[in-house]
Design a protein around this ligand. Structure first.
Ligand SMILES: [Zn+2]
Length: 275
């Protein structure tokens, strides 16, 4: 067979790669589709999977959320969150090996949250989050009930993925649970990246996923690899808010070692989630 040239060759290589997207909010109908421009992209479950796989993504992880942040999920109390969690399990049944579900807990519902952790553990789920404080009406991790929920999560071997509350210092919470891996979401812009870097240096059980704002700044990933280490970084997009193809290409576009790229694309997620 003649050698493939240029573009065709790079597309072929991309398709062979394992790319785990640690930060997705999967959906099978539009009320769960978080895309910020409703009506532009409204695929069904198969269409969602196609959009991701065509971008080069081979596996996704993350929690289910609703489009309207203060909709039913909040009015129904913990029951609303439980529904999102059951939807995540249902999607896993439908998507099989393609999806690792994440689930929600809430500091206003300590007993329910702890029960949910035990239930999810029984289902073989070990990813808590992405927890999104502004969508579910809690302030930040300073709320005292978090300590108890995180104690239980640590005992069950959970990984905690959280939307970074930049105005709150996560250090105390992370240090208090040295047996649990925390994954902060969204590098943010330069100042935020510097804050993440400080926390990554201080907390060996903390990682950062590359979803949301940040990767579009050329050099950010290279700097993170140099200063925090590739073993602390997880590939993520925040699909369907973000365009997955752009994020995959951004990681290819940075001058980092091939070994480092492999760790970011899949090795670290496999290690943390025992995939
Ligand atoms: Zn998210």
């Amino acid at each position: 067979m003649p050698p493939l040239g240029g573009m065709a060759e790079s597309v072929r290589r991309m398709k062979e790669k394992k790319v785990i997207d640690f930060h997705v909010h999967p959906f099978r109908e539009s009320s769960y589709n978080l895309n910020l421009y409703p009506g532009t992209y409204e695929p069904d479950l198969e269409g969602m999977k196609k959009q991701l796989t065509e971008a080069g993504i081979t596996h996704i992880c993350g929690s289910v959320l609703r489009r309207e942040r203060d909709s039913q999920s909040l009015q129904e109390g913990f029951e609303g969150l439980r529904k999102l969690n059951r939807e995540a399990l249902r999607l896993q049944e439908m998507l099989g090996d393609f999806y690792t579900p994440g689930f929600h807990v809430h500091p206003a519902y300590v007993r329910e949250s702890c029960d949910e952790i035990a239930f999810m553990h029984d289902q073989g789920v070990c990813l808590m989050g992405e927890l999104v404080h502004y969508m579910h009406g809690w302030g930040d991790f300073s709320e005292k009930n978090w300590a108890e929920i995180l104690d239980v999560a640590e005992q069950y071997g959970m990984v905690c993925s959280y939307h970074t509350p930049f105005d709150y210092d996560m250090r105390r919470m992370i240090d208090a649970h040295p047996g649990m891996t925390f994954v902060a979401a969204h590098p943010g812009d330069r100042q935020r990246v510097a804050e993440h870097m400080e926390l990554l240096k201080a907390c060996p059980n903390l990682c950062l996923d590359l979803s949301g704002t940040g990767l579009h700044r050329f050099g950010m990933l290279k700097r993170l690899v140099e200063q925090a280490g590739a073993d602390r970084l997880l590939f993520g997009t925040d699909y369907p808010i973000s365009n997955p193809r752009m994020y995959v290409q951004a990681v290819y576009g940075e001058e980092i070692g091939e070994k480092e790229r492999e760790m970011i694309f899949h090795g670290n997620a496999e290690r943390i989630l025992a995939l």
